[in-house]
Design a protein around this ligand. Sequence first.
Ligand SMILES: [Zn+2]
Length: 117
Amino acid sequence: MGKYSEKQLREIFDSGEGVCFYCGKKLVWSNYGKLGTRGAWEVAHVHAKSRGGADTLTNLAPSCIECNRKVQDRVSIYDNIRKYFKPSLWPVILIGGIITLIAIVIKRILNRFPTKF
Ligand SMILES: [Zn+2]
């Protein structure tokens, strides 16, 4: 059963009182990891693992698969934004934007004087 033992899963499920950590929906114990089934659930990290969250029981909670995936997506989007938009990149983005704008303006001015002979 994946990376958690039956005992660990039981503890996680019970510690969350069998409801989703995020939305409070009732979860079905036997539908662990069975996406699409009623009360399907998996283990959520209260503090995302990618941001230093521990793998200890206190940081783990049962969650709907849907809720958990949504949170994971949000976390990874946030991390990607941080990765690609480092503060050191802002001047580059800004200058790039200004150059693009100037190019558009110049193009428009040139288009006003069509070169027809
Ligand atoms: Zn949920």
